[in-house]
Design a protein around this ligand. Structure first.
Ligand code: NAP
Length: 252
């Protein structure tokens, strides 16, 4: 079904920053595809809220670390909503927090699989479908990085910081490849933001609050504050911005 509203695919849209973005995008006039890996109920709740706000919305299961799933999800969005105009490369994990010397092969590999390979699969598919020389209509890609790529995450997840440095590099190179294709490519680097990612990495729900003193603004970020910056980069207000990487981190 064709849609006149812009269509955004949000990878990892069922919780946290992706879910906040889905809610806000629906209110701002986008139709929304909510990708998730395992928590179908959470994704369906986000879809219901988007519909409540007047958007067409669908949930699409798919592991973004699997290249075949990425292609299938893009196909499902095109069939269910219409041609995708915006892609937010948001799905990401840290793995269990530890010093690097204590991290298992599995922890490091799973993080790199999702955050690096997954981000590349998604960006590649977006480039194929959005580029004007491929018959696409142009659009935007926003990659979700982290301030970890410049801070290094010592004692917590050095491998995660390294994975986000790869996202930063990809953003610069792909922005240049697609600048003549009607596709702007930017990154947002959140600081500590109030989502479940912290509890999942440490088993400690209070972890985020302990970071407060390290943040110049002396508070934790809210997912909606990250979503606002993503939406700005997707919008025509950012029409001359490509290859940028905006920290949304309370000064950290
Ligand atoms: P979150 O609350 O843990 O949510 C992660 C989302 O990603 C969920 O919807 C999850 O879906 C999905 N996901 C995970 N692995 C996936 C995969 N392989 N394929 C598809 N979906 C997958 O995390 P968040 O804090 O919102 O993080 C979102 C992004 O922001 C990540 O890239 C993260 O690195 C980045 N970030 C977060 C912070 C922070 O402090 N929160 C700071 C800097 C950067 P399922 O539950 O179905 O698996």
């Amino acid at each position: 079904m064709a849609s006149k509203r812009p269509i955004v695919l949000i990878t990892g849209g069922s919780r946290g920053i992706g879910a906040a973005l889905a809610h806000l995008a629906a209110k701002r006039g986008y139709d929304v595809a909510v990708n998730y890996r395992s928590e179908r109920d959470a994704a369906e709740r986000v879809v219901a809220a988007c519909r409540e706000a007047g958007a067409a919305a669908i949930a699409c299961q798919g592991d973004m670390a699997a290249a075949a799933d990425v292609i299938r999800v893009f196909d499902e969005v095109a069939a269910g909503l219409g041609p995708i105009s915006h892609v937010v490369n948001n799905a990401g994990i840290t793995g269990r927090s530890s010093r690097l010397e204590q991290a298992s092969d599995e922890t490091i590999r799973a993080c790199v699989d999702v955050n690096v390979l997954g981000a590349l699969w998604v960006a590649r598919e977006a480039a194929r479908r959005l580029s004007k020389s491929n018959g696409g209509q142009g659009g935007t890609i926003v990659n979700i990085s982290s301030v970890a790529s410049r801070l290094g995450s010592a004692g917590e997840y050095v491998w995660y910081a390294a994975s986000k440095a790869a996202v930063d590099a990809m953003t610069i190179g792909l922005s240049q490849e697609l600048a003549g294709e009607g596709v702007r490519v930017n990154a947002v680097s959140p600081g500590i933001t109030r989502t479940e990612i912290h509890e999942k990495s440490t088993g400690d729900a209070a972890r985020v609050e302990r970071f407060r003193s390290k943040i110049p603004m002396n508070r934790i970020g809210e997912p909606e504050e990250i979503a606002e910056t993503i939406l700005f980069l997707m919008s025509d207000a950012a029409s001359y911005i490509t290859g940028a990487n905006i920290s949304v981190s309370g000064g950290r």
